[in-house]
Each structure stands twice: as C-alpha cells, then as structure tokens.
Design a protein around this ligand. Structure first.
Ligand SMILES: *[C@@H]1O[C@H](CO)[C@@H](O)[C@H](O)[C@H]1NC(C)=O
Ligand SMILES: *[C@@H]1O[C@H](CO)[C@@H](O)[C@H](O)[C@H]1NC(C)=O
Ligand SMILES: *[C@@H]1O[C@H](CO)[C@@H](O)[C@H](O)[C@H]1NC(C)=O
Ligand SMILES: *[C@@H]1O[C@H](CO)[C@@H](O)[C@H](O)[C@H]1NC(C)=O
Length: 636
C-alpha cells in the first residue's frame, strides 16, 4: 500500500544535486508529483528565493508493511490470536516512526548545510520541521516553488514535483509545502449554517425521499411497499433481547450540519417502539458538534433521524446508542476530524490532515468552535456505522491511503467500521463519472468508486429491496428504486487476500462484458462486502412520516445486527468482533448470508454490474442472517 505514496520511484535524476548537496549522498529520486493544478487555482508567479518556508517532513510510520498481517492475525477466524485486540498504547508503540527514520532525515539535512538548531522534532515524533528559505527548500528537494492564487483570494505556495535522496525516501511519507494544495479555502456561507460543501462527507450521500405518506402499513405483508422495523426483523431473523448493557457499545456518526430531532425520534418510537419514547442517544460532541433543531428540513434531519430511529429500535432500549456528532455548524467536519478524536497518534499535528478536506479547530470564524481539536480523547464504540462518503477521486491517493490505514489500526483495536457503499451504482456521488484524465463530470464514462467503501479495512454495505409484489420470505433483490447500490472496483487499493477467492469466483462465473478501461480490471479492492435493505423506509422526519431510500439505511441496520452479536459475545466473556471481513468471506461463514442474485447497479450510462450467485459488486456476500451469524461468531 505504501507504494502509492511513491508513485514514480523509477525516475532517477542524473543531475548533480546542486551546490549544497553532499556528493557522497545517494541520488535524488522523484518522490511525489501532481499532474494538474486543482480546479480554482492559478499559478501567478515565481516565489522570491529569500522568503521563509517552514518545511515539514512527515516521517514514515514504522511497521506499516506489517499492518495488514497484524490485522488479519486478530481477525481471521482460523488464527489463534482471533479477537486479541490491541490497546491504543500498543498501537502507538508499534507504528510510531523509528529512531532510524528520525536520524536518517536529520543527518541528511545537517549534511546538506542545515544548522541543527533550525531542525525541530514534533513532540510525538511524527514530523521534522526545518526553518528554511525558498532557495534552500528548492535545493533540498530539487523543486521549483510558485505562488498560486485561488478564485476565493486564498494564496498558496506549491511546487509541481519534488525529490529526495534515495536513502531518505523510505523514511518520509511526504513533505509540506510541496505538491499538496492544503490551503484552507474559505467556504461560502448560506444563512447562518454552512451547507456542507462538495467533497465533504455529507455531500451526495444523504438518503433520498419520495415524500410524505398518509398511512403506515406496519404489517409483514406490506414490506414491499413500506419497510418498518418488523420487516427488517423478519428479513434478517433479528429477534434478540440484549443483556450486556453498558459493557457493549454501538456508535452512529453524524456530521454537522446534519442533526436529529428528538420530536422525530419520539414520533417514530410512538408507532414502532413505545419503550423508546423520550429516549435520546448518548451524545458525544466532537469539535463543537451540536444537536441543531432551529432549521428543520429533510436535508438537515433526514440522515440523522433515519440512522437513529432504526438503530435505536433494532437494538431495543436494552442497548444505548452513542451518537458521535462531529464538527461545528460553521466548518462542519471530515472523516479525519472524527478519526483524530479517536486516535491521538493520528491527529493533525502529527498526522498531516489536509486543510482542503479537513476543517481546522479552533475555528476562528464567528460562531465557530473555539476549543482545541479533539485528539485521542474519544473512546471508539465496538461498532461504528457511518452513512456518508466521498468519491475516491475527490481525494488524493496519499490522503485516502493514510486514512484507510487508520481504519486498519482501529480494527486492530477491535472496532468494526461500517460505511454505506453509496447510492449511485457504479457512478460517484452526484452521478458523476470519471474521464480519462482523472477528472469527474456528469458525462464521464468511467466508473467512479466511493471512499471509504473502497478501503479494504472497512466493511462496505450495499442496498437491497423487497421487490414489488414479493414478500420478506423471498430472496431480496438489488435495490433499484430511487437509488442503486454503490459497488465496483477501487482505483486506489489493491485486492485484499480475504476477498480474493470470492471475487475471482465472480469474475470466472460472470466475465464482465465491459471494455477494460471503464472499470478497474486489474484485480483491485472490490466492494460492497455485504448488503441490507435500502428501499421504502418509513421514517419520522420534521413531524411527519416519509419514505426514504439509501445505503444510508442499510449501514445502521447491519450495525444493529452486529451489535447484537457483540452483545451475545460480550455476555459470554468474549471480545467484540472487530474487523469482520476476514470472517465473513471465510468458508466458515457460508450460510451466514442470504444471497442476492437478481438486479444490477446502473450508472455512467450502463446497467452496472450483475448480481450473481455468491459475492458480486452490487450486494457483496448478500444480506445478513442473524441466527446463523450469531452461532458462527459464538463459536469463535
Ligand atoms: C401511529 O400510531 C398511532 C397509534 O398507535 C396511530 O393512530 C397512527 O395512525 C399511526 N400513524 C400512522 C401514520 O399510521
Ligand atoms: C427481479 O427483480 C425485478 C425488479 O425488482 C422483479 O420485478 C423480478 O420479479 C425479480 N425476479 C425474481 C426472479 O425475483
Ligand atoms: C486500478 O487499481 C490499481 C490499484 O489496485 C491502481 O494501481 C491503478 O492505477 C488503477 N487503474 C486506474 C486506471 O485507475
Ligand atoms: C449481465 O448479464 C447480462 C445477461 O446475462 C449480460 O448480457 C451482461 O453482459 C452482463 N453484464 C456484465 C457487465 O457482464
């Protein structure tokens, strides 16, 4: 995986490296480069060579090449260390940059003429910072710095590519400022609350609604028209009363300005789960996250109301739900904001969040959150469901890979991360598809995978439906009402071992008829991993009942099922599930899922992929069947 950070290792520069370089050092090699200037930016001028720039070297974390194997060791059912999850301090100790990395970079800098007093190591040893000038930075990195102006007036310093000596490269993930456009761009405000902008998790991924309904049919015969909790219990065999209480935990993540309304939860509870009237989730506010109720609308409340109404009802009053409400109402938040709160070793100062994607706290804007950014202060729940997502192409590979590795670390700590797989089939959010140059547009022809669903260390949840006229006792089909199940093949991540047999089985049984340049046919990470119903959900929103659609609905339902498995495991003294993919794809779990073999996931002017017997890139392994999963996981 690390190789993605170093995309073009093969180009060795023959140039003698400038006046200050020590000739005994290894040759410089290209470390990172950018193919085009991001939208909205213009290169304005060469930067004066005497301007000072703080050069920051993100040191490589240690043992990252072992991360995947270590994760499998605690999550493969056949492993003798199954379920032996790590503590946060074990994680920190294992993956912190090595003394050798620090020393290699430092002595190269000193050998190149940087006085030791100008080099600082960050307190958690993740970064070396050099107080430098443009001229010196250009010599150290064989780079050419320019000033760039953004249409909003923001100014940024960057280069198109940069180099490092060969022997330094393995010790440095990346250097700033270089090719990354990590300037914070001011966001346009609408009213008092910012609309979450393009590229932020909320964009394009909230559930869709077909409007309000007059009558609720809370009968099993009507699950093809309306999904209510009883339909889901019947479909997935979820009749279970939790007993572990506070020992177990289930987290739902919501990104401000999305927010639930207590009056909606109560309205839903009144019709479907009377014991829950007046009950709220336990709020964990991260970086100013608030429950905002002053501007009710489907856009602001639909996602949160949906997630919480179904999760709370399915796990019953016996299991509390933790609501991670992330970001203030001015800046919102990104997935990294949340991950920073969970893991102190990942925080901005040490990890290198990207300011074009990740908000910065304290927030200096009026009404913003003025506290320090949460950093490793929030304990992760056993299962965490997130119904938001980006297109992979919204993010740079380095950014996505770094975040994906963090999910692996949290998996190693015993957390199950579920993400909805997207609602636009093989297209990306907003029905955008890729063009050959890597840009995205509505008329693009190339399939556009979603992230984090494409990260091999999360569990991606697609959507199914009870087709019109069918019953809950018949097999479900791929969701083809209002939304299509997100699925396909990553452009950033290679195929993890655990799914190799399943995906190769699919490709052998059903050779894909598309030209190889419209989907990634190189054997990359395929998703989703599994699916659950995503059509015709009855939810209470803004004081009345509406029907909604989305993988947004499917993810918290799967989370509820896994939380009930955890309840049974914990009450038998077993650890929680952690990362489930190595289990669910294994031979031991055949029969744990109901296969989905009818329907496709259209997008980009195509019908998308076909469902088939066994795993497919529409419904994954199929829908979970709780009684069978419970007995399988209780035997581990
Ligand atoms: C909700 O339940 C109440 C009483 O149980 C019932 O009168 C009402 O019709 C239900 N609401 C809908 C929209 O069906
Ligand atoms: C397949 O799905 C379509 C569309 O939902 C449905 O009309 C059809 O009856 C399904 N076929 C089977 C065999 O279930
Ligand atoms: C296909 O995925 C692989 C990762 O497995 C990646 O290296 C490659 O660049 C991708 N191809 C395209 C055209 O994006
Ligand atoms: C899906 O199945 C249909 C019918 O068998 C076939 O014509 C089509 O080529 C398949 N789609 C893909 C992407 O292989």
């Amino acid at each position: 995986m690390r190789s993605f950070l170093l995309p073009v290792l093969s180009l060795t520069l023959g140039l003698a490296a400038s006046a200050i370089a020590d000739p005994t050092l290894s040759p410089w090699q290209l470390h990172e480069q950018r193919s085009h200037i991001p939208a909205g930016w213009t290169r304005t001028r060469k930067l004066d060579s005497s301007v000072s720039v703080p050069l920051r070297f993100a040191l490589s974390q240690s043992n990252m090449e072992n991360l995947e194997a270590l994760l499998y060791e605690v999550s493969l059912p056949a492993s003798s260390n199954y379920g032996k999850h790590w503590s946060p301090s074990q994680i920190a100790a294992k993956f912190a940059p090595s003394a050798e990395s620090i020393e290699t970079v430092r002595s190269w800098l000193i050998g190149s003429g940087v006085e030791p007093h100008r080099i600082t190591l960050s307190p958690t040893k993740g970064w070396l910072e050099v107080a430098s000038t443009v001229e010196e930075a250009e010599n150290l990195l064989l780079a050419d710095y320019h000033v760039y102006d953004h249409e909003t007036g923001t100014r940024h310093i960057a280069c198109d590519s940069y180099h490092l000596p060969e022997h330094v490269i393995p010790h440095v993930d990346f250097v700033t400022p270089t090719i990354h456009f990590d300037a914070k761009i001011p966001r346009k405000r609408e009213n008092q609350y910012t609309r979450v902008p393009i590229g932020q998790p909320g964009q394009g991924s909230t559930p869709k609604t077909s409007g309000q309904i007059g009558t609720i049919f809370d009968q099993l015969e009507d699950c093809d028209k309306q999904i209510t909790p009883i339909c889901l219990r019947a479909l997935y065999g979820l009749w279970y009363q939790p007993v572990a209480g506070k020992q177990n935990s289930y987290g739902i993540v919501e990104y401000t300005p999305q927010s639930y309304l207590q009056s909606d939860l109560d309205l839903f509870a009144k019709n479907f789960s009377t014991g829950l009237e007046g009950v709220s989730p336990t709020l964990v506010s991260i970086d100013g996250g608030v429950i905002e109720s002053s501007s009710p609308s489907f856009d602001y409340n639909g996602e949160s109301d949906l997630d919480l109404e179904y999760a709370m009802t399915l796990v019953t009053k016996g299991q509390d739900i933790t609501l991670y409400q992330v970001g203030d109402s001015v800046e919102g938040a990104s997935f990294n904001t949340f991950l920073d709160a969970l893991d102190g070793t990942y925080c901005k100062y040490d990890g290198g969040d990207d300011a074009t994607q990740d908000p910065a706290y304290p927030d200096t804007a009026s009404g913003g959150y003025t506290g320090n950014e949460e950093c490793g202060t929030v304990k992760p729940a056993n299962v965490i469901s997130t119904s938001y997502g980006y297109n992979e192409a919204d993010l740079s590979p380095a950014y996505a890979i770094r975040q994906c590795n963090e999910y692996a670390k949290l998996g190693l700590m015993g957390v199950t991360f579920l993400f909805s797989s997207g609602d636009t089939g093989v297209a990306g959010n907003g029905d955008y598809c890729l063009n050959p140059d890597g840009s995205q547009s509505p008329d693009g022809k190339i399939f556009n995978p979603g992230f984090p669903a494409s990260c091999p260390y999360v569990t991606a949840v697609g959507a199914t439906q009870v087709s019109p006229g069918q019953s809950v006792w018949e097999p479900e089909n791929a969701c083809e009402q209002v939304i299509y199940s997100g699925g396909g093949f990553s452009n950033y991540f290679s195929m993890p071992l655990y799914q190799k047999a399943a995906v190769e089985g699919y490709l052998a049984a059903e050779p894909i008829s598309y030209p190889k340049d419209i989907y990634n046919s190189t054997g990359s990470r395929a998703y989703p991993d599994l699916a659950a119903n995503g059509a015709n959900y009855v939810i209470a929103v803004d004081g009345s009942f509406s029907l909604v659609y989305g993988t947004s609905a499917a993810s918290p339902v799967v989370g509820s099922i896994l939380t009930m498995v955890n309840d049974a495991r914990i009450s038998q003294g077993k650890p929680p599930l952690g990362f489930i993919n190595p289990s669910i794809y294994s031979a031991d779990f055949v029969g744990g899922f109901k296969d989905v073999t009818n329907g496709t996931n259209p997008g980009c002017g195509t019908l998308g992929f076909n469902t088939t017997k066994g795993w497919d890139p529409v419904s994954g392994l199929g829908t979970p069947y709780f009684p069978s999963l419970l007995s399988k996981w209780l035997s581990l």
